[in-house]
Design a binder for this molecule. Sequence first.
Ligand SMILES: [Ca+2]
Length: 455
Amino acid sequence: MVKVYLISTLSLLFGFIVSAQEAKLPNVIIVYTDDLGYGDLGCYGNPTIHTPHLDKMASEGMKFTQFNIAANICTPSRAALLTGCYPKRVGLHKGVLRGTSKIGLNSNETTLAEILQQEGYKTACFGKWHLGHQEQFLPTKHGFDVFWGFPFSNDMSKKEQVLMGNNKYAYSLPLISQSDTLDLDPDQSVVTCQLTDKTVQFIKEQRRKPFFIYLTYPMPHVPLYASNKFKGKSKRGLYGDAVEELDWGVGQIMAALKANKLDKNTLVLFSSDNGPWSIYKTKGGSSGPLRGAKGSTWEGGHRVPLIAWWPDKIGKGETCTQYISNMDILPTITRLVGGQLPEKIIDGRDITDLFEEPYKVLKEEPFFYYSSKGILQGVRLGAMKLISVKGDFQLYNIEEDISEAYNLAKKQPGDVERLKSIMYQFDKKLEKESRLPGSINNLNNENLNPTLSAI
Ligand SMILES: [Ca+2]
């Protein structure tokens, strides 16, 4: 009897220690919106779109004013976030993937989800993936236990293109659960709500163990959709409706964290994959004071909002003005959870210190601007940015001149040459080090394409 009692006490004690250790690991939620611009949130100066939940998140956490995405379009941006690398390093720098693409994220790459899975996290991707639609490229093959969402953009469908007055794409937009196609061209007006519900449910189900949720709302990418509850409510038209519904979604998630007593132990990051889609004029978003938009290497293409929220860990209402990038998210979260960095070279750096000391001056590192076709067009070092505009090198002090309006190239030729040299040396090195994307052609198996075969 005594022995049995002792064993059960020990096992209880051991169980307690294990769960206490697990409890220390923070949950991680990354909300990655699509084509939301730097000027689209109330807390980033938008005059008409109401974003009370995101504004509250910023007032309780930290807002970053110089957060750069390593690409100005969807696929390479997502590759950079999940691998911590410049898209060119992982071979996904040349434009976006479509329903006819034969490549995707290589299984040899290590994603943030895989790192967290190794640490015992339950992982989910809800929303738009865009790193390959064939089965071997889907989130479930890249470290996510759960996937529910879309393999590519919400406009990549014949039906949506016809509604937009175009004759583009011969295929439909699949809605996928794990690797099964549930539906084709579903009603997009309910998607923000569905993804929010999936996230809230996952939080509830996984509340006792650490989890990672990568919530990639397809909004506010054109074509825009909002549910009946939000449609026609914003002063900023359908674009504002879509953003206000995203804000509502974030509010629901915050409420779920509180209701499940997880709000003190969850890091939530809110951002966007690239700048607003200006070719659709007012249908797209706003870069605020920044020049350019999605698809360009001006700041408006690369710089987007980033709000970090983790009560008692990340300063209340502080603003961090350091320039950082979406490639820094992987090494930062890896350090926060005590995980293992990928063995292969990555480009991001750990910026955990900024969460505690937002004014800390980090060592200056260059940030490189690649075009939507994957060609190097610019570099930033400190406040100075060099950008090639149709072969003409222009120089801006982007901390004094946020709108890139005053070209200093003629006044500061030394800086032009210095930055040009940094740019080309890096690209030459990256060219040698770059790795191949995954390709279905390497697999020699035509049947590995369930999504397309279902269309
Ligand atoms: Ca995008």
